[in-house]
Design a protein around this ligand. Sequence first.
Ligand SMILES: *[C@@H]1O[C@H](CO)[C@@H](O)[C@H](O)[C@H]1NC(C)=O
Ligand SMILES: *[C@@H]1O[C@H](CO)[C@@H](O)[C@H](O)[C@H]1NC(C)=O
Ligand SMILES: *[C@@H]1O[C@H](CO)[C@@H](O)[C@H](O)[C@H]1NC(C)=O
Ligand SMILES: *[C@@H]1O[C@H](CO)[C@@H](O)[C@H](O)[C@H]1NC(C)=O
Ligand SMILES: *[C@@H]1O[C@H](CO)[C@@H](O)[C@H](O)[C@H]1NC(C)=O
Ligand SMILES: *[C@@H]1O[C@H](CO)[C@@H](O)[C@H](O)[C@H]1NC(C)=O
Ligand SMILES: *[C@@H]1O[C@H](CO)[C@@H](O)[C@H](O)[C@H]1NC(C)=O
Ligand SMILES: *[C@@H]1O[C@H](CO)[C@@H](O)[C@H](O)[C@H]1NC(C)=O
Ligand SMILES: *[C@@H]1O[C@H](CO)[C@@H](O)[C@H](O)[C@H]1NC(C)=O
Ligand SMILES: *[C@@H]1O[C@H](CO)[C@@H](O)[C@H](O)[C@H]1NC(C)=O
Length: 644
Amino acid sequence: MKGFLASAVSGLALAGFVSGQACQTTTLTSSVPTNSSTKLALASYSYCGGTLNATAYIANVDYNKVVSLYYTNAQGQSTPLSVVNLGYSSGIGNGSWELWSTSTPIYIDGITKLLNLTYQATDVGKTYVQTLNLPVNATGGPAPTLPSPPAPYATPKGFGSDITSWLSVNIGSESETAFQRMFLNINPAIPGAAEGVVVAARSGPSYIQTNPDYEYNWVRDASLTMDVVQSLYSAATKAKAKTAYQNILFEYAAARATEQNDPGLQTGLGEPKFYLNNTIFTGPWGRPQNDGPATSAITLMEFATSYLANGGSIDTVKQKIYDSATFPASAPVMKDLLFVASNWSSPSFDLWEEEESDHFYTRMVQRRALVLGAAFATKMGDSATSATLSTAATALSATLAQFWDPNREILLYEYGPVLNGKSSYLDTAVVLGVIHGYAGDGVYSYTNDQVLLTALRLATSFIDVYAIANTTTDSAGLTLGIPIGRYPEDVYNGTGTQTNGGNPWYLCTAALAQLFYSVSTEYADAGSISLTNISKPFFDYFAPAAGLQVGQTYTYGSRKYNQAIGGLNGWGDAFLRTVKHYTPADGYLSEEYNRNTGVPQGAGDLTWSYASVLTAAFARAEVRGQKGYVRGLADLGVVGNTVA
Ligand SMILES: *[C@@H]1O[C@H](CO)[C@@H](O)[C@H](O)[C@H]1NC(C)=O
Ligand SMILES: *[C@@H]1O[C@H](CO)[C@@H](O)[C@H](O)[C@H]1NC(C)=O
Ligand SMILES: *[C@@H]1O[C@H](CO)[C@@H](O)[C@H](O)[C@H]1NC(C)=O
Ligand SMILES: *[C@@H]1O[C@H](CO)[C@@H](O)[C@H](O)[C@H]1NC(C)=O
Ligand SMILES: *[C@@H]1O[C@H](CO)[C@@H](O)[C@H](O)[C@H]1NC(C)=O
Ligand SMILES: *[C@@H]1O[C@H](CO)[C@@H](O)[C@H](O)[C@H]1NC(C)=O
Ligand SMILES: *[C@@H]1O[C@H](CO)[C@@H](O)[C@H](O)[C@H]1NC(C)=O
Ligand SMILES: *[C@@H]1O[C@H](CO)[C@@H](O)[C@H](O)[C@H]1NC(C)=O
Ligand SMILES: *[C@@H]1O[C@H](CO)[C@@H](O)[C@H](O)[C@H]1NC(C)=O
Ligand SMILES: *[C@@H]1O[C@H](CO)[C@@H](O)[C@H](O)[C@H]1NC(C)=O
């Protein structure tokens, strides 16, 4: 490595750069261990310019291996973040040994000492450890520092009439299209599909999708879709439409109970995925995903609450929704809630089905399920379950503070080591966690300053990643919001993985819009905006004209308040305008739009894409005080699930 040549530069220029020198690699061994009881050995490491590199020899004792290098951070502490996982790099000789390695930017946490190398051979249930206790010196150029958010490229203000008409209740609008297309995927007209299931996606006139194959009923996707049906049910005033939604929701409850009782569950109620006949998918997969039982219970409790308010009987709710102890074949909610209460602290796979860890998204939806569940169980006369859920909610809530990282100035999407190269720790899952998981009790609400700063850092992270972010206006000259994907390091392109292959997703871009509308509503309800040093950068970017200051409170209706809210509403619409801009003329939504061309990509007719546009539209209507909006859409009624 050439690196930074200290000797060639004057001492003056280098003042303060104690680490200004060439990269130094420390080599511990250059051959595989010969001692037959040794199964691992750190070969070499360096910490140069803020990046930790390491290579290790790993004995090939089984197929599934987890190799972790533990260290202490700049403060000399060992935390769940001060670990890097090594990845397979090559086989050695006859394959009895392998070389594993990592190159991970860890400068934000810093490093003082390598503690140990741990190798879990998970198939054979063995763990091997090499104790290290090696002090680490930084070499190379100075480590980068946390970048400040950029200056805004636009200052959109207020709602756009283009978005208002795009989301109107009229036939042929995007809202109406999303509504109809979503219902085609609920109880889909596919031979063998069970009642109450939701197909995750389809493409073209046939439901058959092979690339990618999304012809399954995912627990999470189904619950989020049914949550939209639940909103339509609550708002509908036309009897025929209301009854249709009610029937679908009861079928969904029964389908969830069927899933819970499937004899083939491998990881309990966290099983993520079922065939359309609603029997378990048993192939290799990222399981468990413990958000599903929570989001399903939330949707069904909300439905039951509306159903009761609408004159429904409490006995029907117990029999078909809540009381799994007495009606295990038909009522899923109590069982899902008790599963959440006993399993929330176990790591599980995230909503993108990629990483097993402790996830902010999963904790947030679990928390909401427990908080709503405790109140709902009381309503069902079940004080024992209520107490169990309350206790779990309190314990879970106490863990949420760990997700705030003062060094990165974000809410981490997961509390654990860098996985899959996601060293930014940014993920739209955090925004979705607030949207799907806010329990309405002030804990990590939309306007929480940590949530706002995370949304800013997340959104701006995509500007340098997607070429289409450089298209900042549509043909009418109106501002396009930043295209939003899952996370900046994403390599999934909708069918496979590719270097720089990750794309913006419709549902992620719509999620930012929805967050902004909900932020606006929450400030209106509170009657004022107050800034902290954490939330200030958010307002500086999204509402610079207001010039809001830390420590000040801006009252509802004041000039600066209106300027700030105008900025937030303008950006909410700008994000939806990006969705609109990259939506094809027929209004159908795939999973993704290409990062370079904006052309739709990945699964066609993704049900969750439709649900996300509808929930964003509902949040927009709420902040605009359009009380009849959801009702107008709901009263259109389900045309039917014939294949178009
Ligand atoms: C081989 O490794 C084992 C376990 O690490 C150790 O106990 C033993 O002393 C080593 N043998 C030799 C000859 O170094
Ligand atoms: C593979 O090579 C190692 C030496 O690296 C040797 O100990 C081992 O016996 C070899 N295994 C086979 C199956 O040949
Ligand atoms: C660390 O690894 C990266 C990626 O393999 C490589 O580009 C870089 O040169 C390495 N740094 C050192 C100091 O070896
Ligand atoms: C490795 O270090 C980590 C962090 O200190 C510690 O939690 C873990 O127990 C260590 N592993 C072993 C096997 O000693
Ligand atoms: C790290 O720096 C200290 C103090 O400058 C020095 O004594 C030590 O040898 C260095 N360690 C390595 C591994 O270079
Ligand atoms: C459900 O569908 C899957 C996939 O088509 C099939 O393999 C399975 O046999 C079906 N199960 C039942 C009970 O029909
Ligand atoms: C859920 O909790 C139960 C009871 O504590 C336990 O038996 C089960 O293994 C847990 N399941 C998962 C997936 O963590
Ligand atoms: C956007 O344009 C700027 C200036 O031309 C360029 O530096 C940047 O790399 C572009 N971004 C992408 C993602 O292509
Ligand atoms: C996505 O990646 C897969 C696998 O690398 C590749 O075969 C496919 O062509 C890529 N898709 C697109 C649209 O680039
Ligand atoms: C905010 O202020 C607190 C207390 O003064 C300080 O510890 C923290 O680092 C500041 N955070 C940011 C993001 O500026």
